[in-house]
Design a protein around this ligand. Structure first.
Ligand code: IVH
Length: 697
């Protein structure tokens, strides 16, 4: 291709891909087939490689390849990003209306707009020459952080604007984490033995602060644009008109809004919106009432804190009052101390709740939560019970501040807060609570599957000092164990034959494949799927210390731009595995394993089906699926496929469940992976539900 021709072809492809992204992600009405989109994407990648001089820095192909950032540069907001005055009563809205009547020039007429108030992180997006050049958090309103690299990974945010948009434009809005994405993120953090987030807003803020855009790209973030910035928005008569233009230019805008000509109508709209508050993918923490006529804003002006043309109305939260009976501090398998609120049982949004996580010591201290307090209970992300404030007026003198344990509540050993972490950990490797949890994990279904080793037995083995390390299971005297009393107090019951079942399962574990062993070992950041990816790249357990493959993953992460390759192993996981086998415990663990005659090897490929619809196919599962992932994983393996945790060149199918994060499908498309839905997967696996034949009546 001639150079000039390549240039215009690249420009056309960029524009066309951006246009289709907008149709797909913002307007939810794709107009071309996935395969056609893929072809364009691949052509663009190829042309950009051949003619790098024409590669647009905003090309849709560079979205997730940002290199790690050293820190955030500060950005000054002009004009400052103000906040909103809040109110909690309908009467305050009527007063706001009366205030406006007094303040407005004679004869002024205006309409109101009602919008959801999104609970996320306020963000400014700046476009120059219709290209996204900067994204900055609100910070203190005057100065925020430049988080452009991270915000670029958000698929729904346009990276370039159409020709009819102003050359220079700043828009403002809210970046949020989707509610179900938040639940999934916490599940996976939990599985990897890491601290979870308190609510979608914290998870969103935490994600935007990450220094590695690649990790941010995996977080389910999205945005709603709802306000003008400092440039490019002067020409609009009304807010509604402006939002409509934002929508046309490809910005994601609020999925719901109403205009009203009187305050009464506006209040009715706020009530209507209140009924929908649990239905949005974002967490909504109220309604925003705005004057629609932008020409009246200047005359009204603003206070130091907020504009006078808008009010936030906070709905009475769906919450329940209850009493905090106690705080139990649980010790996880990696030693993290998690405080749990023990509550007087209370009904909230359809279920009876008696426990709520308190996350960490900071949360208790920040909210000054004390045992005996009357507290408000809410559901974070509408699902997870959480304490949302203390009724301090009901506090008596007998209720004293809560002191977080300064020693492990189980072993009494020292606790430590690691640099930069909120979590407090028990650092005694022999702590019985950690050991008990590790033992349970070691024996769990996706690990070494030792069924007879349930919670009660794991407790007893640790309590009696029979097991001080999971590997002690291989040297236990199982005959003697038959006499172990596993009954409850007053109802003795012998372990009996189950001891022998356990022995058989422990023997079987000796030959379990490397991925199961690696998962069972309980290294941070190594969940079942990640363990499989790592095992795929190694022959045996003893190859892991100092593994060149893992070292390459770390080296690759340091590289920039096109030198960086897509590797199937996550950086955090590679780091953790290398660190584990370098630690004293890790060394002793492996040595002991070898002396027990165990050096787990990679699952032999012949164990996999050699025929079946998915032979040789890598499959990545993403989004919410109607059946557990582990179930699909089994079926996929039976059909000859391999389940992967991330899309690579070997991935044939990306199964996109509900609410799929954009980055995964984007990456899949870039690598030529077919994106299929759950029904198609069922068809491939031969488990599709048959359509009902005929009518039933
Ligand atoms: S308009 C000058 N509209 O709520 C500020 N703000 O508590 C005008 N927010 O800092 C903002 N949803 O980050 C506006 N639909 C919406 C909003 C919204 C959420 C945030 C915004 C503001 C905070 C105030």
């Amino acid at each position: 291709m001639e150079s000039a021709e390549a240039k215009s072809r690249i420009e056309w492809l960029v524009a066309e891909i951006n246009r289709n992204d907008r149709l797909y992600y913002v307007e939810a009405r794709p107009v071309i087939a996935d395969a056609d989109y893929d072809r364009m994407y691949e052509e663009l990648i190829a042309l950009e490689k051949e003619f790098p001089q024409y590669k647009d820095p905003n090309s849709p192909t560079v979205r997730v390849s940002g290199a790690p950032i050293d820190g955030f540069v500060q950005v000054r907001h002009e004009p400052p990003m103000k906040s909103l005055d809040k109110c909690y009563e309908k009467g305050d809205l009527v007063q706001f209306d009366a205030f406006l009547r007094r303040e407005m020039p004679g004869g002024a007429e205006w309409r109101y707009v009602v919008e959801p108030k999104i609970d996320g992180v306020s963000m400014s997006l700046l476009y120059e020459d219709r290209r996204l050049v900067r994204a900055a958090t609100r910070g203190n309103g005057e100065v925020g952080d430049d988080v452009t690299q991270n915000v670029r990974t958000i698929r729904s945010i346009p990276k370039t604007l159409p020709d009819d948009a102003p050359d220079m434009l700043e828009v403002r809005g809210e970046v949020y984490m989707t509610r179900d994405g938040f639940v999934r993120l916490n599940e996976s953090l939990d599985e990897a033995g890491r601290q979870t987030f308190m609510n979608p807003r914290n998870a969103c803020a935490g994600s935007l602060k990450l220094l590695d855009p690649k990790v941010v790209a995996t977080r389910p973030l999205d945005m709603v644009v709802y306000n003008a910035g400092g440039v490019g928005c002067d020409g609009f008569r009304s807010h509604t008109e402006m939002i409509e233009a934002f929508r046309r230019w490809g910005f994601p805008v609020a999925p719901w809004s109403r205009t009203a000509s009187t305050i009464e109508e506006a209040i009715a709209a706020i009530d209507e919106l209140g009924g929908l508050r649990h239905d949005f993918r974002f967490e909504m923490d109220g309604a925003v009432l705005k004057v629609d006529e932008r020409s009246l804003y200047g005359g009204l002006g603003s206070t130091a804190h907020s504009p006078r043309w808008a009010r936030a109305y906070k709905y009475a939260p769906e919450r329940a009052e209850t009493v905090l009976r106690g705080i139990t501090v649980q010790v996880g398998r990696s030693g993290v101390l998690t405080p749990v609120a023990e509550l007087e049982p209370v009904e909230l949004a359809g279920s009876v709740i008696s426990r709520a996580t308190l996350h960490n010591a900071d949360q208790i201290a920040e909210q000054d939560i004390r045992v005996g307090d009357h507290v408000w209970l809410v559901k974070a992300g509408d699902v997870i019970p959480a304490i949302d404030g203390v009724l301090k007026e009901k506090r008596t003198d007998a209720i004293v501040p809560y002191v977080f344990p300064v020693a492990c509540p189980v072993c009494g050993g020292p606790v430590e807060r690691l640099e930069g972490e909120v979590a407090i950990r028990c650092v005694n490797p022999g702590c019985p609570a950690q050991l008990q949890r590790r033992l349970q994990h070691f024996a769990s279904r996706n690990a070494l599957d030792i069924k007879a080793l349930g919670g009660r037995v794991a407790d007893l083995l640790v309590e009696r000092g029979l097991v001080k390390d999971p590997l002690d299971l291989f040297t236990l005297d199982y005959d003697a164990l038959q006499d172990l009393d596993v009954g409850e107090a007053g109802a003795p019951r012998k372990f009996g034959r189950n001891a022998l079942n356990m022995k058989a399962a422990v023997d079987a574990a000796r030959t379990m494949p490397l991925d199961r062993w690696l998962f069972a070992t309980g290294i941070s950041n190594v969940g079942a799927t990640v363990a499989r990816d790592i095992a795929d790249a190694h022959e045996r357990m003893s190859d892991l210390p100092g593994s060149p493959v893992l070292a390459e993953v770390l080296a690759n992460a340091e590289r920039k731009g096109k030198d960086r390759r897509v590797l199937p192993i996550k950086v955090e996981a590679a780091k953790s595995v290398l660190a584990f086998f370098e630690s004293e415990y890790g060394k002793a663990y492996l040595e002991r394993l070898i002396s027990l005659g165990i050096d787990p090897v990679r699952a032999a490929p012949e164990e996999k089906a050699t025929e079946g619809p998915l032979v040789g196919a890598g499959v990545v599962l993403t989004g919410s699926l109607s059946r557990p992932r582990s179930e699909y994983a089994k079926l996929i393996e039976l059909a000859g496929g391999t389940v992967q945790s991330a899309v690579t060149g070997k991935t044939r199918y990306l199964v996109a469940g509900e609410n799929v994060g954009a980055t995964k499908t984007e990456k899949a498309k870039a690598l030529g992976t077919e994106v299929i839905d759950e029904n198609r997967l069922k068809e491939l696996l031969g488990i599709a539900e048959k359509p009902v034949q005929g009518m039933l009546f």
